[in-house]
Ligand binder design. Sequence first.
Ligand code: SF4
Ligand code: SF4
Length: 701
Amino acid sequence: MVGIGPVTQVASQLIAGRDLFLLIHIQGIACFAYIVARRLVPLVRAERDFRFDHPWVRLGRVGKYWLGQWKHPRYRTAGTLHIFIFAGFIVLAIRAFSVLIVGVSENFVMPGLSGRAGPIYDIITDYAATIVFLCMAIAVVRRLVFAPARYAVPARYGKAHTADAIFLLSLIAILMMADSLFAAAKAAAQFQGSQSVETLATFSLPWMLQKALVSASLPVLGRLYFGAYLVHELTFYFLLCYRPFGIQFHVETSLFNIYFAKLDREILKPVRWGVADEHLDQVKSFGVKTFEDFTWKHMLDFYSCADCGRCSDNCPANAVGRPLSPRFIGIKARDYTFQHYPVVGRAKNGAALIGNKDAGGIYSEDEIWSCTTCGACEEECPLLVEYIDKIVDLRRGMVDDGNVPQSLQKPLKALESRGNPYGKLEKKKADWANAKEFQQVCPVKTLGKANGAGTLYFVDSITSYDDRMQSIGRATAKILNHVGENFGILGAAERDSGHEVRRFGEETLFTALRDHNVDAIKTSGVRRIVTSDPHAYNALKHDYKDVPPVEHISQVIASEVRAGKIKFNPVENRNAVYTYHDPCYLGRHNQIYDDPRDVLDAIPGLKRVEMTRSRDRSFCCGGGGLMLFYEPKEDERMGVKRVQMAAEAGANVIVTACPFCMANIEDAIKVAGFEGKMEAIDLAELVDQQIMRDPLAPKAC
Ligand code: SF4
Ligand code: SF4
């Protein structure tokens, strides 16, 4: 509240500019509304996406991920800086609003802040402005001098946005300075009038400026008061209208992006929202081919990316030099939106996204096939930007156009004709279990029509047909037998789970495989499914409908260990140091991190170390399913990087719980030159090896 005398003289400067300020308000708001309306045009033309369910759950996630900044501390320095800036902005939002209104109504006080709360709020905002100002200065220095490698933009992805980032950081710093000067000039005038001076927070920016202005003349203070207000107002509206042209648009969109983020991340988006599988034949075109084939939420993702680089920093494909960096999947699409849906001018739509740049393409085929769908990018993103659905949709579009990499054509044909990517005969599917010697120690039933077994062991293709992985199948069967499980397998009636087929965009083939398996499972009459393959686990749990509950063998073992049904002999090799590699589809996609570790820790004498990248930051081994057949362009193999990480952690035995991880890691041990010094073993194999058996029980079971 402005007092009399000197303060009135200073404050009267604002009254003189009231008409000007009102004009700036009206123009600023109108301009912002127009720009946002134009930015919404592509979203209106986009494909449908159902994100309006569970409003309370969604609001809770806004509280956690937006207001609570939940993921930011995963990067300590940048995260802390961001939390301070964000908190400062939240505190200053009310102040900015009040300051803007004061220009046209000089006695305005925000409701609720006229009493005692006012001075307390003022002190908090003084500190908030100071902290945000300092954070801006640190962020500028960090960008210019100590920029983390993840900010770099490789030449093939365009130019770095450093200048833009510095410009925006500087504008925010100017806003904070203008806000503080505005408060300081008024307080200095009050001081000169021997009035009670509004309390400015000690050592805050406004407090320091007030100290510096204490002997300035009243006309100077008046001009500073007016000037600070004008700069504040112009900068505020300039920022508001400039942000939708670059990465800072996330300030406006992030709240909505988090509210509408996918609740069930493990479930792939359908080919078309609102079209049931049985009506897919009526869909004219599958997947994403042009920009307008993306859903409105995916376009909102493009606007919301803050270009922080965390996704790509954790992307294994990017780490090994594949032509994929998830950050640029988003940034390139956002730049495409800005070019094709300009704020001024007509929209130009319809260009194919994949292929020739001159024809409007922004992605290469290799880029889109390079993804292992490991989920590291989505796990890391503080704004819950989604990538897997977009990449799968782009693959669906390519598959629909018959555009499938050469190396994948044969396994896909084999899957269609034989139900497995190796082209092996169905009748050989149960050979691993039917071998005479194995049946003698561990009989495994092949389930037909409801024949009394309560549990189905769903084996899937690699464990059934690959000589090395059959050992995982046998170990799993022996463990189930040991705990007295009445189980069987489907044998020739089991087709590939189709997990990778779906993620490679072959939705029709996936539907056929799934329907066949669902029929076979229902016919068997089982009430529970167990699998040793995380990809099959993920498919059965999330891609299939109407099948009994599914468990991964690591969950079964962990619960039997806790129940005391499984006990272990001590580890004999005292030099063995174990580390557990989290398979992506067990860990990140299904949050099964503790069960396998609990099992390992229950084995007496087992020394276990953690790799730096573990649990939800696990590093993909190179991918499962059809990734084994794909020949990507890369500088080195993901598996090689992974075994190097294990060696750095001091381990010489890598335990995993996935046959695909086993294939990649065993191969990588050889390539990395660790043969004879390091080994890989599946959790089921290790448990089978260490299990304490009753000496009177039939051999090995
Ligand atoms: S899912 Fe994995 S491989 Fe694919 S873009 Fe994300 S981090 Fe990279
Ligand atoms: S998608 Fe998320 S993690 Fe990746 S750059 Fe954008 S904001 Fe950062």
